[in-house]
Design a protein around this ligand. Structure first.
Ligand code: JFZ
Length: 420
């Protein structure tokens, strides 16, 4: 519709459109890299002679693998080709501003050296190194914020952990003892031993009470006051809102929020799923999410040897090349005051509206309706070529040059005075 876009729900205590000092870096970052990496990466979707399509990080649950057998199979996980600097170089080239990696997923396996469980990468595999320590050093050197995903309720390896009814009796669970003996102490280790963190990304709070969710959030804020907590800490808490997997809200959401997507069809590495989103699809998604005021955190599942899959490296690097030329229309922008149009979406900053042309109209003309400001100048962001425009009342018509036959993922900067 032509009507100006109405900002949607306010999120959390940072509902001041993300301008609070604490979330400022986050709302300006716009693009993050999610990494799901663990023993499931070594299985790659196949375990005990059976192949599981879809999300492979759930393979233990889908296969109903008993914890003691999963422990034995995890001994085959030895990511000997892992190189943290190589991963961070790819992330930098892709133009991401933060990385969130799984420190413990639902299988209970710690991807770091933990005193509170011997089911970790140092003690339970031939690898013997702490990859999160190496990644933290590489991120610090590169100036990329680092966050840890931690499954604080689901733990299929522990008798008192959540979600493992096939192996342990859910009815006799003492969840409080699980929090006390494993998840809270491990969160403390992560917040104490890996330098300054940007995010603790909690996930699937299950049947946690508001008090339990608050205890996890307060521990993070106490040990690292600048570290943000995801809304999946549960019970309406958190410093920013995460929507469902692969979900983009229908309209603008003010405050700090994030949409998360897989690059193919699985968070964890799959040895057979080659359905990777193209650079064009990633850029469209990034523009759409930014036009509504949010961040896109897209996931890569490194394989069991510690390598980033070829298509993911290639497509993320190509996305980064687009961002090198068009990043001004993404980083540090906010939501568009004008709703998305048939030709694409818009992001904004004071005095500038960025028109992300996602589909070229057949006649090469694009309309920006409900434009209450005064259009001053229009140009292609990449290269600066002037773009012809005409304002009639609140309608601004722009003409795409014939030299831009495709125009998809092109960005036009429309300078204006007054207010939108
Ligand atoms: C969770 C995990 O179970 C999954 O393996 C992956 O790590 C993903 C990022 O997070 O899956 C969810 C959690 C919450 C929703 C959907 C999938 N949700 O709220 O819609």
């Amino acid at each position: 519709s032509a009507a100006a876009q109405q900002p949607g729900e306010l999120w959390g205590k940072n509902a001041d459109a993300g301008k609070s000092a604490k979330t400022k870096w986050f709302t300006e970052a716009k693009f993050g890299l999610f990494l799901h990496w663990g023993p499931y990466s070594h299985f790659g979707g196949e375990i005990r002679g059976k192949r599981y399509y879809g999300i492979t990080e759930w393979i233990m649950q889908r296969d109903k693998t008993p914890a003691n057998e999963y422990t034995q199979l995890a001994k085959g996980f030895n990511p000997s080709e892992f190189n943290a600097e190589e991963w961070v170089n790819i992330a930098k080239a892709a133009g991401v501003k933060y990385i969130v990696i799984t420190s413990k997923h639902h299988d209970g396996f710690a991807m770091f050296d933990s005193k509170y469980s011997d089911f970790d990468i140092v003690e339970a595999t031939p690898f013997k190194r702490d990859p999160l320590k190496e990644l933290a050093a590489a991120c610090k050197k590169a100036g990329i914020k680092l966050g840890f995903y931690y499954s604080q309720f689901q733990d299929w390896h522990e008798p008192n952990g959540g979600g493992n009814g096939w192996d342990f009796d859910n009815k006799t669970k003492d969840y409080a003892s699980y929090y006390r003996n494993k998840s809270l102490p491990q969160i403390t280790e992560l917040l104490s031993n890996y330098g300054e963190l940007g995010i603790i990304w909690f996930d699937t709070p299950g049947n946690m009470s508001k008090e339990e969710s608050a205890e996890f959030m307060e521990k993070v804020h106490r040990l690292q006051p600048n570290c943000l907590v995801s809304s999946r800490v549960g019970n309406g808490l958190g410093d920013f809102k995460d929507f469902g997997d692969g979900e983009v809200p229908p309209g603008v959401v003010k405050g700090a929020w994030e949409a998360i997507f897989t690059h193919n069809d699985s968070w964890g590495y799959s040895s057979f799923d080659q359905n990777f989103k193209s650079p064009r699809e990633i850029i469209r998604l990034l523009a759409e999410v930014a036009s509504k005021g949010g961040n896109l955190m897209m996931n890569i599942g490194p394989d069991g040897k510690g390598k980033i899959p070829g298509p993911s490296e290639q497509y993320f690097r190509e996305t980064g090349r687009w961002l090198q030329k068009n990043g001004e229309a993404i980083y540090g922008t906010t939501f568009s005051p004008i709703a998305e149009q048939p030709w694409g979406v818009m992001t904004s900053r004071p005095g500038k509206l960025y028109l992300h042309v996602l589909d070229r109209p057949h006649n090469g003309k694009i309309l920006v309706p409900a434009f209450t400001g005064k259009a001053l100048k229009a140009r292609l962001l990449d290269g600066g070529k002037p773009i012809g425009f005409k304002q009639s009342g609140e309608d601004v018509w722009l003409t795409l040059p014939a030299s831009l036959p495709d125009a998809r993922n092109s960005v036009i900067v429309l300078d204006y005075s007054g207010a939108l």
